[in-house]
Design a protein around this ligand. Structure first.
Ligand SMILES: Cc1cc2nc3c(=O)[nH]c(=O)nc-3n(C[C@H](O)[C@H](O)[C@H](O)COP(=O)(O)O)c2cc1C
Length: 195
């Protein structure tokens, strides 16, 4: 793939971009929110041990980063398995990978230079194939960010059981109430139901 690929055109800017990463092992697709790290022109993923994404990256050495604005998708892919109907299988140079049908765009990456530590892996991402489905022009909405922050605190709450995370989720929930639309409020309800 061209080295001149402009990541900005696919919504991946300097810093950490929250995307939904899809992977496949055998015929089983998986989706989970992950942060794509872009620093000085390079892209990385840092995965903590224990997730399906972590083991799929080790075995398959490829991922797809899906750019998604759907708040329910963030909640569901954090805590449950998405239904098969959400995925689309793409074949590229004899390899199958999965993408999300409702992604604005997706980028398929090969995972290289993977380094393991005791609790995580860091892998460098090299673009293989990219695709744009639709372009949504949308001003930042604090409700969506509130749902995303809540999902992150909810994963920490599930890991540790610490009360402080519930308080943070409640605070972000208040922002979703104030600034979110119906989709964000529904997603927040889903999240409360999963805690
Ligand atoms: C917005 C967001 C970003 C996340 N980023 C990461 C990440 O960069 N690395 C990671 O290991 N986990 C991250 N997580 C946690 C995983 O999504 C979570 O552990 C998930 O349950 C893993 O699912 P899986 O087992 O299907 O792979 C993130 C969660 C959220 C909500």
């Amino acid at each position: 793939m061209s080295k001149n690929l402009n990541l900005d055109d696919f919504g991946i800017y300097e810093g950490i971009s929250e995307v939904i990463v899809t992977t496949i092992h055998g015929w089983t697709p998986n989706a989970a929110p992950m942060g794509i790290i872009r620093r000085k022109g390079k892209l990385f993923l840092r995965l903590f041990k224990g997730s399906t994404t972590y083991s799929n990256v080790l075995s398959e050495k490829m991922i797809v980063a899906n750019v998604v604005w759907d708040p329910a998708m963030f909640v569901c892919s954090t805590f449950t398995d998405l239904e098969d109907s959400h995925f689309e299988t793409v074949n590229f140079k004899g390899r199958n990978f999965v993408t999300l049908k409702n992604a604005q765009c997706w980028l398929a990456f090969e995972c290289t230079n993977t380094k393991l530590t005791s609790d995580a892996l860091v892998t460098e991402l090299v673009p293989m194939k990219v695709h744009i489905n639709k372009c949504i022009i949308r001003a930042p909405n604090r409700g969506l960010f509130g749902v995303i922050e809540s999902c992150i605190h909810a994963t920490r709450y599930q890991l540790t059981g610490e009360e402080k995370y519930l308080k943070l989720i409640k605070a972000y929930g208040d922002i979703v109430d104030k600034c979110g639309g119906d989709e964000e409020k529904e997603a927040m309800k889903l999240l409360y139901g999963l805690l």
